[in-house]
Design a binder for this molecule. Structure first.
Ligand SMILES: Nc1nc2c(ncn2[C@@H]2O[C@H](COP(=O)(O)OP(=O)(O)O)[C@@H](O)[C@H]2O)c(=O)[nH]1
Ligand SMILES: Nc1ncnc2c1ncn2[C@@H]1O[C@H](COP(=O)(O)OP(=O)(O)O)[C@@H](O)[C@H]1O
Length: 274
């Protein structure tokens, strides 16, 4: 027997979770666009955009989703359902700032400079499934998690955003430290990839998104090659991705050109306080 999802009963993600648990497909004939469109504050345009991001065609019904589409939809709903922050920071003056940009532009270097020279800026510590490199400290560089631990945090809605980066490992921003910092009037800087920046924009429309640019394309190539952490094949793949990533700068609130590290760091910090 079919029935409609009603907000007074179970939420959409509860329906999907129990379906996954029980191995049954409820509401199989419900269109995904209707399910998403029923979320408060999402108009048809946002719904269409979300469908596009989830890579689900507008006509798809729940019962017709592929495994990956189903997984993406589930994760989206869990994220939406996690406790939401109000539209404005709770304390005036606190701000959430995202620093993103193409591979090897110097995000880590600039963030490291800020950590060292601007102790008042709180830098978010991400969680990752990638193994630690020599010298990296758990809880300082990253929280190093197993796949299972990461899954549990995703399920519990404990990430503000998360993404698989460079087709390899998963990275995510723990939600609680960010919310605590903003609630106590501190600004927070997230150094994350572009997919993550887009998710932060959805969850925190008031966040400021800063895009770090290389002075030139050739300099970006020089930095990637000069860093020497990837082989030629991986370098070529990252540079292909970088072209797409550079096109995303239009979506950001501000751009900073990383010619000189201290100068770029100061510009980012200025954007946090301005
Ligand atoms: N979405 C997202 N991306 C992250 C997060 N933390 C780090 N990243 C990105 O993950 C990528 C890989 O970082 P890292 O493991 O330090 O490797 P490296 O950039 O190759 O030195 C970088 O582009 C980071 O910006 C996070 O919490 N969320
Ligand atoms: N302003 C800069 N001038 C010259 N080299 C830089 C500058 N910023 C970063 N680099 C170098 O570029 C390489 C990539 O920087 P990194 O911080 O690892 O990039 P990302 O975190 O964006 O992938 C590193 O070798 C770093 O030392």
């Amino acid at each position: 027997m079919k029935r409609q999802v009603s907000s007074g009963e179970r939420s959409a993600s509860e329906v999907l979770s129990s379906a996954a648990r029980d191995g049954v497909q409820p509401e199989a004939t419900l269109r995904v666009s209707e399910l998403i469109g029923a979320i408060p504050w999402l108009g048809p345009t946002r719904t269409a955009k979300i469908m596009q991001e989830l890579r689900i065609s507008p006509s798809k019904r729940l019962g017709g989703l592929g495994v990956h589409q189903y997984q993406r939809l589930h994760e989206f709903l869990v994220r939406r359902q996690a406790p939401r922050r109000p539209a404005e920071p709770e304390t005036p003056g606190s701000r959430l700032v995202v620093l993103a940009g193409p591979t090897a532009v110097g995000k880590g270097t600039v963030a490291g400079y800020i950590r060292e020279h601007y102790p008042d800026v709180q830098l978010s510590v991400s969680a990752t499934t990638r193994p630690p490199r020599p010298g990296e400290i758990d809880g300082v560089t990253y929280f190093f998690l197993t796949d299972e631990q990461f899954d549990r945090m995703v399920e519990a809605g404990q990430f503000l955003e998360w993404a698989t980066v460079h087709n390899a490992y998963r990275y995510g921003t723990p939600r609680a430290p960010i919310e605590n910092a903003l609630a106590t009037g501190r600004s927070v800087l997230l150094e994350i990839d572009i997919q993550g920046a887009r998710q932060v924009r959805q969850a925190f429309p008031e966040a400021r998104l800063v895009f770090l640019l290389p002075p030139t394309w050739d300099e970006l190539v020089r930095r990637l090659v000069g860093r020497g952490t990837e082989g030629p094949e991986e370098q070529a793949r990252r540079l292909e991705t970088a072209k797409v990533e550079l096109a995303a700068q239009e979506e950001f609130d501000a751009t900073v050109v990383n010619t000189d590290v201290p100068e770029a760091a100061r510009e980012v910090v200025d954007l946090m306080t301005a």
